[in-house]
Design a protein around this ligand. Structure first.
Ligand code: MN
Length: 733
């Protein structure tokens, strides 16, 4: 028990001061003292569960943070991290006294502490990790939180069994992986070992004992190898450090208990670490090692030239000595060593520290160090994105995702812009189908409320409630949309049939196609087989709930109509078509002609409000063009047959809609078509045709033929489309 004896892990203010004094960093000692005084006063007589004065906890956390090499603000935040939560002082006070950075870190740590991290499944744990990082707008929040958690784990012995286990799981699944991600190996190893100790006390003890048993053997072995290496390296003793590396208990546990190996089978059970001053010496020593012992093939890894994503650098090799015992050797520089142990915290130190020391050799050395590390970081950004730690962290701050909680503490991960509808369907289809509303952070919100990371959202349901069709336009995720459609498909078949048939008839009528029920059924036969429908009713139902989108299939239906009925000019159907144009449908009055067939030209799609002109065709009535259409001569009097051109004007009250084609230039990315569709359908604009093609330079041309009432209406639509982020320009065709 001695290793984790609770009292041994409390450090007082004097110890903090001595850590700070030993460091080369430039600390604001006056401000740190002030923070300590406040914390001491605020926590007053508070005690830890073990009876130890509470103030020793934040002081110890501050010591850990200082040992990471963090700056004054981090240390101050560590001292104050429980003040806002547990005492009478609030965040505003902290901000006023210590500045906004300290306040922000304290706030972040407090917020994270409030979250109950129920990590039941791996997926869940990953979400929690991402969310914690997303919630920490300043990376120092995570570092202080890790120190806080580390200290709590070191002193958890006096907690109740269940609490120890819960905290240990949280550590294993959430905090240790975050420490790993940030390259903080020392913290990761300790958190894992401490957790394992409570999660599997027996297994832990078994390995601990086995290690103890092998301790002497190990020490003798290491001493021998160390001597051999020092001798062979021919380096002065102060230029090279060789020592035996003890693997973490958790890593041995994983290899023995989880992978079924025995202690003797673990290659790097005997492990050496060699630390030197520069990179050239690392490679020299690798040569020395490979000369002295036999390297095991494929066990050599050069993490110096190719660092791990968390910045880790070292040479790894496994060799066999003359007695046939394999052991692993890690070779690195001191700088790499610091990075390997403290990860991002080590770099934080380089970025912020050392500003006070001037005018001596050490300062110049340090300056050179800072610059070199900056160079290395910069070079990595240029050459290999995946090795850039900052970028990796940014990825975790993914702006495209939000993380929200259920009141029970489950974390859900949704695309940015998701609404409470999306969350409801993500939780469970039945939750979505019975949702009546939602509460976010205890307040009722509207159904189109867009969720933000960190919010607690409760979906309110009612047994007899069901989805509404307009949800289809509000929700963000396709999975929610398809579940809503599924519901309509299943629950509302009769309504869907009626709705679908009406929708189809309405659209056919717009194209002046009117058919009897039997003719329509006959016409649609070709679609049944293709979509595996048994009856036309199935097809109507599908159109009704949106499984088949009308705008996608309508052109094909019209085509079928024309092959079936269109060519035979003398069939009654086409006669009906020719002789029954309703004037009210056309909306255009032709001067000097009554009851004539009106046809709107496809080339310019005139709209009410446009300046128009008529052209008398041979046998197809008067076709209406925009006056500015390229097919209409500028000067009619000079046209070939000027007598064919007639004056036309729009009727006063037109209630019909008209085709209009837009050419939309936008950035070429997936989903752009969907965005345009959604924008149009949210305005209840019918889409006759929609397609897109890349036009180079990362752009795409979307061509949309839509139905609008008039020019004004079209202009509203254009304005709305222009507000889409990806839309660059829109031209009416
Ligand atoms: Mn704490």
């Amino acid at each position: 028990m001695s290793k984790y004896d609770e009292i041994a892990h409390y450090q007082d203010y004097n110890e903090l001061l001595s850590i700070l004094n030993k460091s080369n960093n430039n600390y604001d000692l006056r401000k740190i003292q002030k923070a300590y005084n406040l914390a001491e006063q605020a926590h007053g007589d508070q005690r830890r569960v073990s009876g130890i004065p509470f103030i020793l906890h934040p002081t110890s956390v501050a010591c850990i943070v200082a040992q990471f090499g963090m700056d004054s603000d981090s240390i101050i935040a560590a001292l104050l991290h429980d003040v806002v939560e547990d005492t009478d002082y609030d965040l505003n006070f902290v901000r006023k006294e210590f500045g906004k950075d300290v306040a922000n870190i304290v706030d972040g740590v407090t917020k994270i502490s409030k979250i109950k991290l129920y990590s039941r499944e791996e997926q869940q744990a990953e979400n929690v990790r991402k969310m914690l990082i997303a919630m920490s707008n300043d990376i120092r929040v995570i570092i202080v939180k890790l120190a806080d958690r580390l200290h709590n784990m070191r002193t958890i012995e006096c907690m109740k069994e269940q609490k120890r286990r819960d905290k240990s799981r949280e550590c294993m699944e959430v905090y240790a992986p975050i420490a790993h991600r940030l390259g903080m190996k020392a913290v990761k190893d300790e958190l894992e070992d401490l957790s394992l100790r409570y999660l599997d006390p027996v297994g832990y003890k078994e390995i601990e004992d086995a290690l103890l048993l092998k301790e002497n053997e190990r020490e003798r072995f290491i001493e021998k190898r160390k001597k051999e290496i020092l001798k062979a390296s021919k380096m002065p003793k102060d230029k090279i450090t060789v020592y035996g590396r003890v693997k973490s208990i958790n890593s041995i546990y994983r290899k023995t208990f989880l992978k079924g190996k025995t202690l003797d089978e673990i290659y790097d059970f005997f492990a050496l670490r060699i630390i030197v001053d520069d990179i050239k010496e690392c490679y020299n020593l690798l040569g020395v090692i490979h000369d002295l012992y036999t390297p095991i093939p494929r066990r050599f890894k050069d993490y110096i030239s190719t660092p791990k994503p968390n910045m880790y650098q070292s040479l790894h090799t496994t060799v066999i000595d003359r007695e046939g015992i394999p052991f692993e050797v890690q070779i690195r520089t001191w700088e790499m060593h610091r990075t390997a142990e403290n990860g991002i915290a080590a770099h934080w130190k380089y970025k912020l520290g050392f500003t006070r020391i001037v005018n001596n050799k050490k300062a110049r050395e340090l300056d050179a160090n800072i610059n070199r590390i900056k160079d290395v970081l910069a070079a990595q950004i240029d050459t290999d994105d995946s090795t850039d730690i900052i970028r990796n962290i940014r990825n975790d701050f993914d702006q495209n995702e939000v993380y929200v909680f259920s009141p029970k503490g489950d974390v859900f991960n949704l695309p940015n812009g998701s609404t409470v509808i999306d969350l409801a369907y993500l939780i469970h289809t039945e939750v979505g189908n019975h949702m009546v509303g939602a509460k976010v952070n205890q307040r009722i919100v509207s159904i189109d409320y867009k969720l933000q990371t960190g919010e607690i959202c409760e979906i309110l349901t009612q047994k007899d409630s069901h989805p509404r069709r307009d949800w289809l336009e509000i929700c963000k995720t396709s999975s929610a949309r398809s579940k809503i459609r599924q519901w309509f498909k299943r629950e509302k078949r009769d309504e869907n049939i009626v709705e679908g048939k009406m929708m189809l008839e309405r659209e056919l009528k717009r194209s002046n196609i009117s058919l009897t029920d039997e003719e329509l059924e006959d016409l649609l036969q070709f679609m049944l087989k293709k979509n595996k429908f048994n009856t036309v009713e199935d097809l109507y139902a599908s159109i009704g709930y949106g499984g088949i989108q009308l705008w996608k299939v309508l052109p094909r239906i019209k085509e079928e109509y024309h092959t079936k009925f269109g060519e035979q000019e003398n069939t009654p159907v086409i006669n009906q078509y020719v002789h029954k144009p309703k004037r009210s449908n056309s909306g255009v009055i032709v001067e000097g002609m009554e009851d004539c067939l009106i046809k709107f030209s496809q080339c310019c799609n005139p709209l009410p409000g446009d300046d128009i002109i008529g052209y008398i065709t041979r046998g197809f009535g008067v076709s209406i063009h925009k006056r500015s259409c390229t097919n209409i001569p500028k000067d009619i009097s000079k046209a070939e047959e000027p007598e064919r051109y007639v004056n036309v004007r729009w009727e006063k009250d037109i209630n019909d809609s008209f085709h209009s084609t837009l050419e939309i230039i936008c950035s070429d990315r997936t989903g752009v078509l969907a965005d345009v569709t959604i924008a149009l359908s949210s305005m209840r604009i019918f889409i006759n045709n929609l397609n897109s093609r890349p036009i180079g330079n990362g752009r795409a041309m979307v061509t949309a033929t839509i139905d609008v009432f008039n020019r004004e209406h079209l202009e509203t639509v254009i304005k709305r489309l222009q507000s889409l982020r990806e839309v660059i320009s829109i031209k009416r065709f």
